[in-house]
Design a protein around this ligand. Structure first.
Ligand code: ZN
Length: 100
Protein backbone atom coordinates (compact mmCIF):
# COMPACT_ATOMS: atom_id res chain seq x y z
CA UNK A 1 0.00 0.00 0.00
CA UNK A 2 1.06 3.56 -0.68
CA UNK A 3 1.76 6.07 2.07
CA UNK A 4 -0.57 8.40 0.22
CA UNK A 5 -4.28 8.28 1.04
CA UNK A 6 -5.13 9.72 -2.38
CA UNK A 7 -3.16 6.97 -4.13
CA UNK A 8 -4.72 4.29 -1.92
CA UNK A 9 -8.21 5.57 -2.78
CA UNK A 10 -7.33 5.59 -6.47
CA UNK A 11 -6.12 2.00 -6.12
CA UNK A 12 -9.46 1.02 -4.57
CA UNK A 13 -11.30 2.71 -7.43
CA UNK A 14 -9.10 0.85 -9.90
CA UNK A 15 -10.03 -2.40 -8.17
CA UNK A 16 -13.73 -1.51 -8.59
CA UNK A 17 -13.13 -1.13 -12.34
CA UNK A 18 -11.28 -4.44 -12.48
CA UNK A 19 -14.25 -6.16 -10.77
CA UNK A 20 -16.53 -4.67 -13.40
CA UNK A 21 -18.05 -1.97 -11.21
CA UNK A 22 -17.96 0.83 -13.75
CA UNK A 23 -20.88 3.00 -12.61
CA UNK A 24 -18.97 6.28 -12.34
CA UNK A 25 -21.92 8.10 -10.77
CA UNK A 26 -22.18 5.50 -8.01
CA UNK A 27 -18.43 5.53 -7.39
CA UNK A 28 -18.45 9.33 -7.28
CA UNK A 29 -21.33 9.26 -4.79
CA UNK A 30 -19.41 6.91 -2.53
CA UNK A 31 -16.27 9.08 -2.66
CA UNK A 32 -18.36 12.13 -1.81
CA UNK A 33 -19.98 10.21 1.05
CA UNK A 34 -16.50 9.54 2.43
CA UNK A 35 -15.72 13.25 2.20
CA UNK A 36 -18.95 14.05 4.06
CA UNK A 37 -18.04 11.51 6.74
CA UNK A 38 -14.60 13.13 7.08
CA UNK A 39 -16.06 16.62 7.45
CA UNK A 40 -18.47 15.33 10.09
CA UNK A 41 -15.44 14.22 12.13
CA UNK A 42 -14.58 17.90 12.63
CA UNK A 43 -16.08 19.87 15.50
CA UNK A 44 -19.43 21.44 14.63
CA UNK A 45 -17.94 24.93 14.47
CA UNK A 46 -15.27 23.88 11.94
CA UNK A 47 -17.44 21.92 9.54
CA UNK A 48 -18.57 24.75 7.29
CA UNK A 49 -15.01 26.04 6.86
CA UNK A 50 -13.73 22.54 6.19
CA UNK A 51 -16.47 21.93 3.63
CA UNK A 52 -15.64 25.25 1.94
CA UNK A 53 -11.96 24.31 1.90
CA UNK A 54 -12.73 20.91 0.41
CA UNK A 55 -14.91 22.35 -2.35
CA UNK A 56 -12.35 25.05 -3.12
CA UNK A 57 -9.58 22.45 -3.30
CA UNK A 58 -11.78 20.28 -5.51
CA UNK A 59 -12.27 23.11 -7.99
CA UNK A 60 -8.60 24.06 -8.02
CA UNK A 61 -7.31 20.51 -8.38
CA UNK A 62 -9.92 19.58 -10.99
CA UNK A 63 -9.06 22.58 -13.15
CA UNK A 64 -5.30 22.04 -12.79
CA UNK A 65 -5.43 18.34 -13.53
CA UNK A 66 -7.75 18.93 -16.46
CA UNK A 67 -5.31 21.48 -17.86
CA UNK A 68 -7.80 24.35 -17.78
CA UNK A 69 -5.48 26.40 -15.57
CA UNK A 70 -1.80 26.33 -14.76
CA UNK A 71 -0.95 25.09 -11.34
CA UNK A 72 1.22 27.64 -9.58
CA UNK A 73 1.84 25.37 -6.65
CA UNK A 74 5.23 23.68 -6.51
CA UNK A 75 3.47 20.53 -5.37
CA UNK A 76 2.94 18.06 -8.19
CA UNK A 77 0.83 15.88 -6.00
CA UNK A 78 -1.88 16.86 -3.54
CA UNK A 79 -2.36 13.52 -1.86
CA UNK A 80 -0.19 14.14 1.14
CA UNK A 81 -0.74 17.89 1.40
CA UNK A 82 -4.47 18.23 1.77
CA UNK A 83 -4.96 16.04 4.84
CA UNK A 84 -2.28 18.05 6.63
CA UNK A 85 -3.95 21.24 5.52
CA UNK A 86 -7.30 20.00 6.83
CA UNK A 87 -5.72 19.24 10.18
CA UNK A 88 -4.02 22.64 10.15
CA UNK A 89 -7.34 24.40 9.47
CA UNK A 90 -8.99 22.63 12.38
CA UNK A 91 -6.03 23.17 14.70
CA UNK A 92 -5.55 26.84 13.84
CA UNK A 93 -9.21 27.64 14.38
CA UNK A 94 -9.20 25.84 17.70
CA UNK A 95 -6.30 28.02 18.89
CA UNK A 96 -7.74 31.35 17.78
CA UNK A 97 -9.92 33.30 20.16
CA UNK A 98 -13.08 34.74 18.61
CA UNK A 99 -12.64 38.29 17.37
CA UNK A 100 -14.58 40.97 19.20
ZN1 ZN B 1 -1.41 10.14 -4.02
Amino acid sequence: MSDCLHCEINQLVQECFERGDTDLAEIASMLVESLADLILLAPDSDRSNLMAHALSAFGQIFLEKGGAIDGNSNATHYGSGLPRLHVAVIASEADVSPAE
